[in-house]
Design a protein around this ligand. Structure first.
Ligand code: PRP
Ligand code: HPA
Length: 174
């Protein structure tokens, strides 16, 4: 029978030159759209960090889908890590570089109790700019980063080097 890793590989589409020339874009929407594929992906992330977090953080936008499911499946809450300008109360901001462009992420200063162990989730780890910024924000906010969980890691981009000594679980490394 097919492993989760094999299932993710099968349900990932590769798109050359998106969103700009030279980038081979890995599109996970077919995995998200597949009931069994999504279910097994969520369960694999829950299993990898069981007992190690109080709360999850999801990075807008694709990270919200996986974070919501992992949070629900494990009875944890979610801290949304949002693109700049969306959160209505006091925020912390962090700018970062990604594979194609730059951005700014924000969190509220007080969504969850200080000291909560937060598992940070996203769909893809590429350069690590996004998860590195999310980690910096959560640390500045007084949380303890419990680790990083992603569906896919693009190893050639060396994103792990942005993530300090925290544990990183990537279900598929390409
Ligand atoms: C993508 C992806 C990760 C990030 C990975 O999101 O969902 O968050 O890029 O790249 P990095 O490791 O080089 O930072 P994107 O910023 O395209 O936003 P989206 O979720 O709104 O599509
Ligand atoms: N696929 C999905 N998200 C990404 C990629 C990719 O190839 N690169 C950076 N973010």
């Amino acid at each position: 029978t097919e492993s989760v890793e094999q299932m993710i590989d099968r349900l990932c589409e590769k798109i050359p030159d998106h969103p700009e020339p030279g980038v081979l874009f890995r599109d996970l929407t077919p995995l998200f759209a597949d009931g069994e594929g999504f279910h097994r992906t969520v369960d694999a992330l829950v299993d990898a960090f069981r007992g190690q977090y109080d709360c999850v953080a999801g990075v807008e936008a694709r990270g919200f889908m996986i974070a919501a499911a992992v949070a629900y499946a494990s009875g944890a809450g979610i801290i949304p890590v949002r693109k700049a300008g969306k959160l209505p109360r006091e925020t912390l901001s962090q700018s970062y570089d990604l594979e194609y462009g730059t951005g700014t992420l924000e969190i509220h200063t007080d969504d969850a109790p200080r000291g909560s162990r937060v598992l940070v989730l996203d769909d893809v780890l590429a350069t690590g700019g996004t998860l590195g910024a999310a980690s910096a924000l959560l640390t500045r906010g007084g949380y303890n980063v419990a680790g990083f969980g992603v569906i896919m890691e693009l190893t050639a981009l060396r994103g792990r080097t942005q993530l300090g000594g925290h544990r990183v679980r990537a279900l598929l490394r390409v």
